[in-house]
Design a protein around this ligand. Structure first.
Ligand code: PMP
Ligand code: GLN
Length: 382
């Protein structure tokens, strides 16, 4: 008989993304739930990876990642955000942002430490903190606007606070932090030893001519921050699971101690392919225009429905308030929308600890125009 084990994560089930994607497939719904593109990446990127494989780049790369890719990441951060990270000692390539974040948390959180997360937040943060023996401290973003409430964040800080996780552009609200928000954060953390985990996976999806406010732009914050990004989002290859972390030497040294024992290193040919593809900066610089057009197309269609369209200034998400359409709680509404209307969405409640009185659903617009049009035709009937 299999021995019984006590769960390390007793409250965790299957992620909402997996659940909604399965429901969408089962009911033939247009899947605007889980965040991934339904179009292919640039064939030039596939060619670059295939060329690396064919030329024999198929064995373990260095633990911290292929040097050419770390050089490319360093150059990109310097060009966009003005901070130099040493590719040798301050950048590590990871198996996506997911592995980057859990590795950071395992490297810095001791049992009993507290980590502040801002709700709604990405679903992996809380279990990651719990696995490290830490305590997640949930602070809500301002209802309605999703702006950080620095008064509440300040009130949540205790002598046990080890870190705060900041995600901009934000999943699921599609809002972005301003330079003023970053300045407030710097002010709040000044004189403390609190670290920042900056989840910036949507860094290249900021719209309307605004700039992404990376913590790397703010020297005082950068000194205490791990910056996380994901090639999956930037190059339309979410299934490749490759990302990176940039952090000052003392933080990165601890990160690598854990990284070497939870993945050791990441897929070699994909790293080489990404390095050569990234050399052309126009590829990531073109992303805001590419996604802004899709966002605008989707928003224009939604404006003709009974859903209330909320702001979307970054990421590839669009939230809607459906209170004019239904009284159902969010999870029930999203199920109903998937099974009866044929469009899958994600309930915002899935990103909150406990209940929250609002009627908001998240759509992903990283889809072919025809996919968006089909979804809009169905939503127009609501
Ligand atoms: N953080 C956020 C906010 C995300 O939306 C995602 C995407 N799933 C991730 C982290 C994980 O990224 P990756 O697929 O590179 O692991
Ligand atoms: N980040 C994606 C989202 O928010 C999904 C990632 C996942 O399926 N874990 O939809």
């Amino acid at each position: 008989m299999t021995p019984a084990i006590t769960s390390r994560l007793p409250h965790v089930g299957t992620t909402i993304f997996t659940v909604m994607s399965a429901l969408a497939t089962e009911h033939g719904a247009v899947n605007l739930g889980q965040g991934f593109p339904d179009f292919d990446c640039d064939p030039a990127l596939v060619d670059a990876v295939a060329a690396a494989m064919r030329s024999g780049l198929n064995q373990y790369p260095p633990m911290a990642g292929v040097p050419a890719l770390r050089d490319a990441v360093s150059a990109k951060i310097a060009a966009l955000y003005g901070r130099h990270y040493d590719p040798g000692s301050e950048i590590t390539i990871t198996a996506g942002a997911t592995q980057a974040i859990i590795t950071i948390i395992l490297a810095i959180v001791h049992p009993g430490d507290e980590v502040i997360v801002l709700d709604p937040c990405y679903d992996s943060y809380e279990p990651n903190i719990e696995l490290a023996g830490g305590t997640p401290v949930h602070v809500p973003l301002t209802p309605g606007t999703f702006e950080p409430d620095f008064g509440r964040i300040a009130a949540a800080i205790t002598p046990r606070t080890r870190a705060i996780i900041v995600n901009t552009p934000h999943n699921p609200s599609a809002t972005v932090w301003s330079a003023a928000h970053m300045a407030r954060l710097a002010e709040l953390l000044r004189g403390t030893d609190i670290l920042v985990i900056a989840d910036e996976v949507y860094e290249h999806m900021v719209y309307d001519g605004e700039l992404h406010q990376s913590v790397a732009r703010f020297p005082e914050l950068a000194e205490r921050s791990f910056v996380v990004s994901s090639f999956g989002k930037t190059y339309h290859v979410t299934g490749w699971k490759v990302g990176y972390v940039a952090a000052p030497v003392p933080l990165m040294a601890e990160f690598r101690k854990v990284h070497q024992f939870n993945v050791f290193t990441v897929n070699t040919p994909v790293q080489h392919g990404l390095a050569s593809y990234m050399a052309d900066a126009s590829r990531h610089l073109a992303l805001p225009a590419f996604y802004q057009r899709k966002r605008d197309l989707f928003r224009a269609g939604l404006a003709a429905t009974r859903l209330r369209v909320m702001p979307s200034t970054g990421s590839f998400f669009q939230c809607v308030d459906y209170s004019a359409v239904s009284e159902l709680p969010e999870a029930d509404f999203c199920r109903w929308l998937t099974t009866e209307v044929g469009v899958a969405a994600i309930p915002l409640a899935a990103f909150y600890k406990g209940g929250f009185e609002q009627r908001i659903a998240r759509f992903c617009f990283a889809k072919k125009d025809e996919t968006l049009q089909l979804a809009l035709t169905r939503l127009a009937k609501l």
